[in-house]
Write a protein that binds this ligand. Sequence first.
Ligand SMILES: Cc1cc2nc3c(=O)[nH]c(=O)nc-3n(C[C@H](O)[C@H](O)[C@H](O)COP(=O)(O)O)c2cc1C
Ligand SMILES: Nc1ncnc2c1ncn2[C@@H]1O[C@H](COP(=O)(O)OP(=O)(O)OP(=O)(O)O)[C@@H](O)[C@H]1O
Length: 175
Amino acid sequence: MKLFQAESLTLSRSVVAIGAFDGVHRGHQSVIREMVRKGNLEGVPTVVYTFSPPPRVYFQGARTLTSPEQKLTLLERLGVTHTILAKFDEEYVKRTALEFVEELSRINPKCMIVGDDFRFGNNRAGDVSLLKSYFNVQSINPICCARGERISSTRIRELIVKGKQEQVLPLLGWM
Ligand SMILES: Cc1cc2nc3c(=O)[nH]c(=O)nc-3n(C[C@H](O)[C@H](O)[C@H](O)COP(=O)(O)O)c2cc1C
Ligand SMILES: Nc1ncnc2c1ncn2[C@@H]1O[C@H](COP(=O)(O)OP(=O)(O)OP(=O)(O)O)[C@@H](O)[C@H]1O
């Protein structure tokens, strides 16, 4: 897997998954596996566009579930060929939604997977409907735990705070 900073990758075709992916939990794995499946089917590079630190860590002081190194190892294991790891800092968050769209255009995504509530660009001005006006955007069905709740990084952080470690590993599902 090749690693890139923001604005440094150009491709003639790709499939892309975008998100914080903190923890690379079972929900994230499902998104990434679907993206890799599509990429392999089409014979095009598979790209994860992610952030370091995760936006919730930067803005809300949330605890990080996976270090950048751990995250990259897990992404590589899932078969991702390229990862863009954007340094999420004071400068980066000033980028407008259209600047982010322009950056994505440089990798010519044939298909893009993001969450329905994905927001991007300064002050979270960009949303999925804006992204859909430029790209073929898809989402996948939510992956839930045995109790029927949607798995999320936020939920895993809450379980850690409550000391319910034994419930965390099945949600991460790294084994
Ligand atoms: C270029 C760019 C600029 C952003 N600027 C802001 C911002 O000013 N304020 C904010 O709360 N979030 C900002 N975000 C973070 C997004 O709101 C969101 O958390 C991020 O895209 C990750 O999406 P996810 O939470 O669905 O994984 C920005 C994201 C990008 C890509
Ligand atoms: N349980 C899930 N099932 C399916 N897709 C998921 C699930 N959790 C996250 N995703 C998808 O993974 C991508 C990255 O999401 P993100 O990093 O925001 O995850 P999250 O766990 O919801 O994070 P947070 O709790 O911090 O909001 C998005 O496309 C999102 O829709």
